[in-house]
Design a protein around this ligand. Structure first.
Ligand code: GLC
Length: 480
């Protein structure tokens, strides 16, 4: 099957969050399936263009029409990738040059990604029509709509899947954007319209052949106003074509046996000594007292509201008074959370460390050196770090929502039955309850805790199963 994957970010070239990780591993997993030809198209941001590691060759150039605009696009083919994925970058100095600081968050984002979506389709005209296009989040949400409105004759048999990684970011254009930038036929106005403005994600939900999201629970949650950020009605109507496919993680990259960032290596058989060495080194690295028997609770996260940090802030002091434990946080984000954790570390210097920074090596050492991983997210489409943590033998405590519900079945207080500790309603005292179950198992029944760690490490979180599920859905589209 010829599969074209379109996205605004993909590791290792460019990544701002989980989408970047998925775009590293999913194309590779699909390319491992015999008979597939996989193409990944990304914007040619400056940070890729000026990275000497990436050698490219220009294979085509053309002008992309966007309303009255005619903008140059170059198709740059990446050389040297050996896993069967062919990567192309769309070059546009005008839309993707400069802007060094962040890839999103610019005033003209909705125009930039309308350009990208159209340029991808023009590139596929040159490269040859794929059987399926898989596009991701609002940045490529215009692809199914443009495909239907403008490109059908060129792609008579191509089907298009739209995948929602987070419904919170929908992509908006002001009312005039429809005529000025999109220039779509009038019948698409109501498809795209939301309250007089243009909602790009809404358009994709309505025009894609299939819509997927990144876990089964989140697919169900999206029918409700609490989770859907205004799109519950649209998604309920589209429920016949909406499925959830839980992400995997790149088990080649996240592997405690080979991870170069770790001071000691281990697997599910040898983790007791290996993790103890990683824990001691980590406590030393972050300035906490090296205490092998004090449970170390860790969190690697964007410091954003929906990650459930308000619950942790609410219980933090009580927990530190009542329980003998250490807390380590790594991440950056909203300044009030950054300040809270910095102050907490000042107040409890022997118990709390806050690393307000972004550091992939330290993140790995935290997954390996921690005992308990906290992820009380208010909502979580899938979440990847709870799976990283389990792969490194760190027991998760999570809010049972979205992908957290699907990947962390609850264990009882003896550690039997599940993979971690969960709480059902988004409430700080319930979170505290789950957390103390984890702490007490660690303190009172270390063998039970270790059995749980071992079970976590033995799970298959690879992309093999999700890639097969994507294939099923691709085949469904092709026989529709
Ligand atoms: C988004 C979601 C996260 C998910 C990731 C990859 O970042 O918020 O839950 O794991 O996309 O699909």
């Amino acid at each position: 099957m010829k599969i074209a994957i379109l996205a605004s970010e993909g590791a290792p070239y460019v990544k701002s969050g989980g989408l970047g990780d998925v775009m590293e591993a999913l194309p590779a997993a699909l390319a491992r399936i015999p008979g597939n030809e996989v193409t990944l198209i990304l914007p040619y941001y400056n940070k890729i263009k000026y990275n000497p590691q990436y050698e490219v060759e220009q294979v085509a150039q053309f002008y992309v029409a966007l309303g009255w605009r005619q903008q140059y696009a170059g198709i740059m083919k990446l050389k040297g990738r050996t896993d069967g994925v062919q990567v192309y970058f769309i070059d546009s100095q005008y839309y993707f040059g400069g802007r060094e600081a962040a890839i999103y968050g610019h005033g003209d984002d909705s125009e930039r990604y309308a350009f990208f979506s159209k340029a991808c389709l023009d590139a596929l005209v040159t490269l040859g029509a794929p059987d399926v296009i898989q596009c991701n989040d609002w940045q490529t949400a215009l692809v199914p709509t443009f495909l239907k409105a403008h490109y059908r004759p060129l792609f008579p048999n191509t089907k298009c899947m739209f995948t929602i990684h987070n419904v919170e970011y929908q992509g908006w254009g002001h009312g005039n954007y429809f005529d000025d930038v999109l220039c779509l036929p009038w019948e698409y106005r109501s498809v795209m319209d939301m309250g007089g403005a243009v909602n790009l994600m809404k358009g994709a939900i309505e025009t894609a052949d299939l819509v997927t999201t990144v876990s089964e629970s989140y697919a169900r949650e999206l029918m409700y106003p609490y989770y859907a950020h205004g799109l519950d009605g649209v998604l309920s109507e589209a429920s016949w074509k909406l499925t959830g496919i839980t992400n995997g993680i790149d088990t080649g990259v996240f592997n405690p046996e080979t991870d170069k960032a770790l001071p000691a290596h281990y697997n599910a058989e040898s983790f007791i000594e290996g993790k103890a060495a990683c824990k001691a080194a980590l406590q030393q690295e972050v300035g906490l007292p090296v205490k092998p028997d004090v449970p170390l609770m860790v969190m690697v996260t964007r410091l954003a509201g929906h990650k459930g940090l308000d619950l942790l802030c609410y219980i933090a002091r009580r927990m530190l008074w009542e329980e003998d434990c250490q807390l380590l946080i790594l991440g950056t984000g909203e300044s009030h959370f950054e300040d809270f954790f910095r102050n907490l570390a000042d107040e409890f210097p022997d118990r709390v460390a806050a690393k307000i920074t972004f550091n992939l090596g330290l993140a790995s050492r935290i997954y390996a050196g921690g005992d308990i991983y906290l992820m009380p997210s208010k909502s979580e489409p899938c979440g990847l770090s709870q799976m990283n943590a389990m792969r490194y033998g760190t027991v998760p405590v999570v809010h049972a929502t979205g992908g957290l519900r699907d990947t962390v079945p609850p264990a009882d207080e003896n550690g039997n039955g599940g993979l971690g500790f969960t709480f059902q309603s988004y409430n700080a005292d319930d979170f505290y309850g789950a957390l103390t179950r984890a702490l007490h198992l660690y303190r009172d029944n270390r063998d039970g805790f270790r059995a749980l760690q071992k079970r976590d490490m033995e799970q298959d979180f690879s992309w093999n199963i999700p890639a097969q599920r994507y294939m099923e859905q691709f085949r469904n589209m092709l026989t529709q």
